[in-house]
Design a protein around this ligand. Structure first.
Ligand code: FES
Ligand code: FES
Length: 173
């Protein structure tokens, strides 16, 4: 058998103990083992962002991340963004209001990425648009170019970018 390890992680608040093949990536574990099919496999190469989830509050491409490295981690997928499946996350509501999708394939990744991006911006992480040398902790103005830059790892082949940026602007207002 392929080498593997037992890991424990929480996904959307639920604990899971799983034996994982060391070669298994988080995206496959989420979709195939846990039935959480919100995160999508677009490129499977870290290029499109469709597989973006949050781990420890940071946005990550789950197609590139070996599941075994997540022992003890707290993972949030699009299924866990809202309030227990009852109330959508404000950003999900804004995506609806702004028609920020067409086919929807990129949307779970866009949502998780935007939630992570807002946390990064709130923590003062600089981006290329602001000033990469800016000290962290400096407040960042999230104007349109800044949002576009910070969301540039999430591609949308339908070109829903104007709606996506407008939805992000809605939640930061
Ligand atoms: Fe992970 Fe494209 S599927 S970045
Ligand atoms: Fe179709 Fe973004 S809505 S890829």
């Amino acid at each position: 058998p392929a080498p593997g390890s037992e890991i424990t992680l929480r996904v959307n608040g639920k604990p899971h103990t799983l034996y994982v093949d060391h070669r298994r990536v988080l995206l496959d574990l989420l979709r195939e083992d846990l039935g959480l099919t919100g995160a999508k496999k677009g490129c499977d190469h870290g290029q499109c962002g469709a597989c973006t989830v949050l781990a420890g509050g940071r946005r990550l491409n789950s197609c590139l991340l070996l599941a075994v490295t997540l022992d003890g981690a707290e993972v949030t997928t699009v299924e866990g963004l809202g309030d227990d499946g009852e109330e959508p996350h404000p950003l999900q509501r804004a995506f609806l209001d702004r028609d920020a999708f067409q086919c929807g394939y990129c949307t779970p990744g866009q949502l998780c990425s935007a939630v992570g991006m807002l946390a990064e911006a709130a923590a003062g992480h600089p981006s290329h648009v602001t000033d990469p040398a800016a000290p962290s902790g400096r407040p960042v103005a999230l104007d349109r170019p800044e949002i576009r830059e910070r969301m540039s790892g999430n591609l949308c082949r339908c070109g829903a970018y104007p709606g996506i940026v407008a939805a992000v602007e809605d939640v930061i207002r």
